[in-house]
Design a protein around this ligand. Sequence first.
Ligand SMILES: NC(=O)c1ccc[n+]([C@@H]2O[C@H](COP(=O)([O-])OP(=O)(O)OC[C@H]3O[C@@H](n4cnc5c(N)ncnc54)[C@H](OP(=O)(O)O)[C@@H]3O)[C@@H](O)[C@H]2O)c1
Length: 332
Amino acid sequence: MKTYNWAVLGCGAIANELAQAMEKEGRTIYGVANRTYENGVRFAEKYRISKVYQKAEEIFEDDLVDIIYLSTPHNTHIPYLREALKHGKHVLCEKSITLNARELAEAMGLALEHQVVLAEAMTLYHMPLYKELHKRMKRGDFGSLRMVQMNFGSYKEYDMNNRFFNPSLAGGALLDIGVYALAFIRWFMSQAPDQAASQVKLAPSGVDEQAGILLMNPAGEMATAAITLHAKQPKRGMAAFEKAYVEIYDYPRAEKAVITYTEDNHQEILELGKTADALVYEIRDMEQAVSGSGNEMYLDYTWDVMKIMTQIRNTWGFLYPEERAEAEGMCR
Ligand SMILES: NC(=O)c1ccc[n+]([C@@H]2O[C@H](COP(=O)([O-])OP(=O)(O)OC[C@H]3O[C@@H](n4cnc5c(N)ncnc54)[C@H](OP(=O)(O)O)[C@@H]3O)[C@@H](O)[C@H]2O)c1
C-alpha cells in the first residue's frame, strides 16, 4: 500500500494523540496548520514535522498532502471540510463531524463529487474488540438484538465560557459525548433508529447539559442513552440479545467485553486490541479506505448518528448561533 502524506489542521490535545500514534507506526506527519501559528511551530518541533503552513488554506493547495486530519472545534469543521474536499483531499475529521445533518449531507456530496474518503474519527468503529463483536453478531451467535443501554457522564466545571458549555464553541452534551453513545448504539443495531424521544436539561448558557434519549428502529430494537456534562458516570454500554448480553466498560476505546450467555449464565471474557492503540487502528483503517473501496470508516453510521442528533435537537428547539444565523438569513 502507498505511504500517504498526512497533514493536521488543529494541533490541540487530540492531535497530539494522533501524532503519537503515527510515531508508534514509525511514521511522521507531513505538515501542520493551526489557527495560532506559534502553536503549530511548537507541535512541528515536538513531532519532527517538516512543514508548518502559515495559513490553513495552504494545506488545501499543497498537492503533496493526501489526507487531512481535522481536529478543530465542531463548529469550525464545515468551512474546512468544504475546502479540503473541493481540493480533492481525503479527510479524517474529529467528532462531531459537523453541527447537523444538513452540513454533513453537503460534505458527503462533495466527497462523492471529488471521489475522496470523508470520515469521522470515531475510535470505537476501529477497535478490534468491536469488529469481533460485529462478526459474531452477524453470524448470529447472540440471536437478535433487543435492547441497548448506554451511559456517558463527565464532570465539567460549571464555567459557562469553557468549550463544553459555550454555544459559540458548539458546546453541549449531545455533540460532545452523546455522539459516542449513539455511535455505540448504532454499532449494535441492525438498522438505523427511526423513532426518538428525549428529555433535556439545558445549562444556563442554553446548551444541553444532560439528556435522556430513547430510540427504536423498524426492527423493534430499542436503546436508551443517559448523558451528562456535570456528573461522572461509568462509561458503560450493554447490548442485550435473545441469547446473550454484552457488557463493555470505558467503551469508546474498549479492549474488553464480558459476554453472558443467558441459557446457562456462563460468561466469556473477550479481550482484543489495546486501548492505547486506538488511534493507530483508526489511522490504519483510514489508509485502507483511501487505498480501497471498503466500508472501514462507517460513514453510513456517522450519517445515522448525525441524523438522530439533529432530529433530537430540533425537538428541543436548540439551535447553535451558526444555525440561527442561517435560519434568519433564509427568512429574510
Ligand atoms: N476522538 C476523541 O477521542 C477526541 C478527544 C478529544 C477531543 N476530540 C474532538 O477533537 C476536536 C478538538 O478537541 P481538542 O480536545 O483537541 O481541543 P483543544 O485541545 O482545545 O485544541 C483545539 C485546536 O483547535 C484550534 N482552534 C480552536 N478554535 C479554533 C477556531 N475558531 N478556528 C480554528 N481553529 C481553532 C486550536 O488552535 P489554537 O492553538 O489557536 O488554540 C487547537 O489547535 C473537537 O472536535 C473534539 O470534540 C476528540
